[in-house]
Design a protein around this ligand. Sequence first.
Ligand SMILES: [Zn+2]
Ligand SMILES: [Zn+2]
Length: 76
Amino acid sequence: MFLDFVLNVLKTDGHQYRESIFQCPQCDKKYTLEQNLKRHIKSAHTNFQINCEYCKKIFKRSDVYKKHLYTQHSKY
Ligand SMILES: [Zn+2]
Ligand SMILES: [Zn+2]
């Protein structure tokens, strides 16, 4: 999702590829460096949280949760 968004920005930017703009998908902040945007998302939009529907354990990352489902509950 994040990468799709960046690609769209690059496309709509037309011919001006010299300075890529990375805009936060969740607010209006823009950055010229991808790492700065990632840092911003991490610090400003880290409300992501999943509760395991089987054991109610809390996960902050979906990939970790999926791995947990697979290893602990044999799902997915
Ligand atoms: Zn933001
Ligand atoms: Zn679980």
